[in-house]
Design a protein around this ligand. Structure first.
Ligand SMILES: *[C@@H]1O[C@H](CO)[C@@H](O)[C@H](O)[C@H]1NC(C)=O
Length: 135
């Protein structure tokens, strides 16, 4: 009984440590109507392939932006069409950040930038708050 308890304590700790080191999460705050940069910069040792694909998703797995073989594909992102731009001239440098324009309260969400070829994932938590108070 005692041994079993110790065992589960150790397990729990291991899980907690694992979660805190494995999650590489970035918090971004903004106001309604702002343009906001959601950063995703790959800077690991393993080189990126010549043609790289990057998948941006929101927390419900909606497509925010697909970059396929170095080309942004804006045809499939129903919810974010016209409000998301990336910077193709920076892809070679590993910068797959996106700019979300005119953010709404409903854009408050968790976003993932996933690069399957190098098994890289960046998570962004975007918090959009009410309009900036003019005092
Ligand atoms: C990535 O590109 C964005 C958009 O130009 C820029 O604001 C940001 O500073 C860049 N990040 C890095 C690490 O170069």
């Amino acid at each position: 009984m005692f041994v079993a308890l110790r065992c589960s304590e150790v397990l729990l700790c291991t899980v907690l440590v694992y979660v805190s080191t494995a999650s590489c999460q970035l918090k971004v705050s903004s106001f309604i109507g702002d343009d906001v940069l959601l950063p995703c910069v790959y800077a690991e040792n393993e080189p990126l392939p010549e043609k790289v694909s990057v998948f941006w998703r929101d927390k419900d797995d909606n497509i925010v932006l697909d970059i396929r073989n170095n080309a942004p594909d804006t045809s499939s992102n129903q919810m974010f069409r016209g409000r998301v731009v990336s910077f193709p001239e920076l892809y070679r440098a590993g910068n797959f950040s996106i700019m979300m324009t005119d953010v709404r309260q409903s854009d408050s969400s968790q976003y993932d930038c996933h690069i399957p070829a190098v098994d890289f994932q960046q998570r962004i938590v975007l918090i959009v708050s009410g309009p900036e108070q003019v005092t």
